[in-house]
Design a binder for this molecule. Structure first.
Ligand code: XUL
Ligand code: MN
Length: 345
């Protein structure tokens, strides 16, 4: 099996202060500079950005100010030797996106969402990445009768077309999630994301980002989702984490709940040569609420360690022996072979 080195990243939101809907933060919030220093100190290669991680209070700033601040950030990143992996418009916070962004029933709010997405593309360009990530957080419904599903698809395609036209180089990676904050999202799986690409003006520039927890929430196997996206050459980014069943989005450390599923994800990444075309392995994980400040980066470092240990496991897995068992249709023995391999025998 050909080998290569992986490059790792996370976002500033992954060093979170611990609040949940039932209680306040348990750690003091830290400024961006501290987070960047932590990323570097722990040997990560790149940072992911929401538009307002890159340019705080973006809605109150002129384009001139936005571009100047993005350029300033680019200088700092270059100085630290840190790449920007992607930029994503945070289209779920502003009053304009209460009823959705591209699918809002209010045309003024749809316009706001598209304009903000174009600014995000400009920021991505300044930061030196051609990846725009779209987590379509509020593109869905709280009640089925509030929107037309068909019209919503047309509106999402219209918005994607406006973004593709705004910049000839930008690639859009859609990050599907089936629910939360919505009851049902319009783009819940990788199949939906890649089908949408074909309705746009430039299908080649619309791909996807897979998050393990989001696939699990859709009742799907993250490894199969990875294989599906790779069959189309469309896996442009990745949020590895874990999720214990059909609950709220947990963003647990990679491998925390289901080590075998984590092994399967790493195995298909290896098989598909993920990372060889410049893609990064990102961890969209959060510290537990109970985590003390002195252990604040542990969930990220541990996720990377688990990933690297599983790369070794994938590379040392006896594929020939496995294929013999497949040929004999002895899946019971194959099952035990995987378990013994993971247990270290
Ligand atoms: C939400 C989620 C986001 C995106 C970035 O569940 O995963 O953090 O990854 O917008
Ligand atoms: Mn994510």
């Amino acid at each position: 099996m050909p080998t290569h080195k992986y490059r790792f990243c996370f976002g500033p939101w992954n060093i979170s202060p611990g609040q949940d809907p039932y209680g306040p933060p348990t750690r003091r919030d830290q400024p961006f500079d501290w987070k960047l220093a932590q990323l570097k100190k722990h040997g990560f290669d790149a940072m992911m950005f929401h538009d307002d991680d890159a340019v705080p209070d973006i809605d109150s700033k002129s384009n001139k100010q936005i571009f100047a601040e993005a350029k300033e950030l680019k200088k700092r990143l270059d100085g630290e030797g840190i790449a920007a992996e992607m930029v994503a418009p945070r289209l779920w916070f502003a009053p304009e996106t209460i009823d959705g962004a591209y699918t809002s029933n209010d045309p003024k709010h749809r316009k706001y969402a598209i304009e903000r997405s174009k600014r995000t593309i400009d920021i991505a360009k300044i930061l030196g990445t051609d990846i725009l990530v779209l987590w379509l957080a509020r593109e869905g419904t709280y009640i089925r009768e509030a929107k037309s599903g068909r019209r919503s698809i047309d509106l999402i395609v219209e918005a994607l077309d406006a973004m593709l036209a705004h910049d000839k180089k930008i690639r859009i990676a859609i990050e599907p999630k089936p629910n939360e904050p919505m009851d049902h999202a319009y783009v819940p799986t990788i199949g939906h994301a890649l089908a949408l690409a074909h309705l746009t003006r430039d299908p080649k520039r619309v791909g996807c980002l897979i998050e393990s927890a989001h696939a699990i929430l859709a009742g799907l196997d993250p490894a199969d989702e990875i294989d599906f996206a790779c069959a189309f050459g469309k896996l442009w980014s990745l949020h590895l984490n874990d999720q214990n069943g059909l609950k709220y989005d947990q963003d647990r450390p990679f491998g925390c709940t289901n080590l075998r599923s984590a092994f399967d994800q790493v195995r298909v990444l290896e098989r598909n040569g993920y990372g060889k075309r410049g893609e990064f392995v990102c961890f969209d994980v959060h510290p537990f609420r109970t985590t003390r400040e002195e252990h604040w980066l542990a969930h990220l470092v541990n996720s990377r360690t688990t990933f690297q240990r599983l790369v070794e496991k994938a590379r040392s897995f006896d594929e020939k022996a496995a294929q013999t068992l497949v040929k004999d249709r002895d899946y019971q023995a194959l099952d035990q072979m995987v378990i013994e391999h993971l247990l270290g025998k």
